[in-house]
Ligand binder design. Structure first.
Ligand SMILES: Cc1cc2nc3c(=O)[nH]c(=O)nc-3n(C[C@H](O)[C@H](O)[C@H](O)COP(=O)(O)OP(=O)(O)OC[C@H]3O[C@@H](n4cnc5c(N)ncnc54)[C@H](O)[C@@H]3O)c2cc1C
Length: 404
């Protein structure tokens, strides 16, 4: 395994780092304060479009987009994108500036891979240009959604249209003022084989019958302006051509959607953890108790040392998963993908928690990114598929391999 960065990746890293230093870090507190102020709920920070234009001009746009997806792609592999996503992960809102934020990245991949020409023209192109945003509606409150075969929303054929009825929750991005398109998962044929019952269909947010009931909060954060919506779909009527790929192909699309985008969160979590370690390291040089500087306490040195070990282990695992995906495809890399999805959020939670502790009360406050980092990392033990489900599948595979 050789994970040495190529010259081209080093160039991207340098340019992205310079952009973060010049345009993102100086605004970090201001933008976060805007996002957390209830008066600006569901509004976009006024400088966002300027920042996006600058990122585009700097050639730091759609960096996540695999080469196969055409003209808008800078052509980076997963292995090449990983260190860049890590840099973006250091500031929670920054990936949107580079048009690399979830859930749009996964949705763009779905449209690029499975959308027909009309669907791509109507929805993929404005997403690639950063003009609109999107949401992905799978989870439902009334069923255990970590098993997607449980999803109950109905998509019924009616003449030239489909009529959709269902109740969704945790639809990230749905409250964003620029969210224009929803990818909805539901059943077209409840009697078909278990994995052929589901389909995915495009629903413009403005369609009659789409009711965003409320934003959900996570540890009290509403994550404005994207939010996580609870949504009712009441007799939502869309034309037949909105179906993605075809009836019964929902699982096939979900598998594809869960490809490269699935480890983007892991890549960013490594950035979050790395920044937390750097903040920790800075603090221990400044602070004193009981006549000693923090850095001179053995227990604190252990916290720093363990954090570094754990971050570096996770980073290598993440690069190994990315490399295998690039070389042998997502199917061959599925165990490594599961492994990093188990490891990265837990590692980040642990490291961020240590940083919070070392900062004392300040660590929990709005003056540092740590509290929000912790919430974001903890979310990803669920939102990226619950840990237990990844372990359930990985464990099954390990047992199967030994059963000879
Ligand atoms: C902030 C946030 C954002 C999200 N964004 C989106 C989004 O944009 N779109 C979307 O569709 N969904 C989204 N989700 C939903 C997320 O994908 C689901 O919460 C997740 O799939 C789990 O489904 P559930 O909540 O129904 O939990 P359940 O399926 O009820 O599972 C609950 C728990 O049961 C246990 N469990 C389940 N299966 C197993 C097993 N095989 N072995 C052992 N234990 C098990 C696990 O502990 C699991 O956490 C988001 C969630 C959050 C919190």
């Amino acid at each position: 395994m050789n994970f040495e960065h190529t010259d081209s990746v080093r160039d991207y890293q340098n340019r992205l780092q310079a952009f973060m230093d010049e345009h993102i870090y100086p605004l970090e507190k201001q933008v976060s304060a805007f996002h957390h102020d209830p008066k600006s709920d569901w509004q976009i920070w006024p400088g966002f479009n300027d920042l996006k234009a600058k990122a585009k001009e700097a050639g730091l746009w759609n960096l996540f987009l695999p080469k196969a997806y055409g003209a808008y792609s800078p052509g980076l592999t997963n292995l090449e994108y990983a260190p860049l996503a890590e840099i973006m992960g250091r500031v929670l809102w920054s990936s949107e500036i580079f048009n690399c934020s979830a859930p749009d990245t996964g949705n763009m991949e779905v449209l690029a891979r499975y959308g027909n020409e009309n669907q791509r023209n109507q929805w993929l192109n404005p997403l690639l240009k950063g003009e609109i945003r999107s949401a992905f509606l799978m989870t439902e409150p009334q069923v255990a959604s970590s098993d997607a075969t449980n999803i109950e929303t109905t998509i019924k054929s009616d003449g030239e249209d489909y009529v959709i009825n269902g109740h969704k929750v945790w639809s990230s991005g749905a409250l964003h003022p620029n969210c224009k398109i929803l990818i909805v998962m539901g059943k077209t044929d409840p009697n078909a084989d278990r994995h052929l019952q589901q389909s995915m269909i495009l629903v413009p947010v403005s369609t009659e019958g789409v009711h965003i009931i409320r934003p959900m909060t996570v540890f009290g954060y509403n994550d404005s302006p994207e939010g996580h919506g609870e949504i009712k779909l009441n007799n939502v009527r869309v034309p037949k051509e909105n179906m993605l790929l075809g009836e019964g192909r929902g699982f096939e699309i979900a598998q594809g959607r869960l490809g490269p985008g699935r480890i983007h969160h892991c890549m960013r979590l490594i950035g979050m953890a790395q920044r937390s370690l750097e903040l920790m390291a800075r603090r221990v040089n400044e602070r004193q108790t009981f006549g000693k500087t923090f850095k001179d306490y053995s227990s604190i040195r252990q916290e720093l040392a363990l954090s570094k070990c754990e971050i570096d282990q996770a980073r290598l695992l993440c690069l190994a998963a990315a490399d295998k995906m690039d070389k042998e495809g997502n199917k061959a890399a599925k165990d490594l993908i599961a492994m990093i999805k188990i490891v990265a959020p837990r590692m980040a939670c642990k490291v961020i928690d240590r940083a919070i502790q070392i900062y004392g009360g300040l660590g929990l406050s709005q003056d540092l990114p740590l509290a929000h980092f912790y919430a974001a990392a903890r979310i990803l033990r669920l939102a990226d598929g619950p840990d237990e489900v990844h372990m359930y599948q990985l464990g099954k595979q390990i047992a199967r391999e030994a059963d000879y």
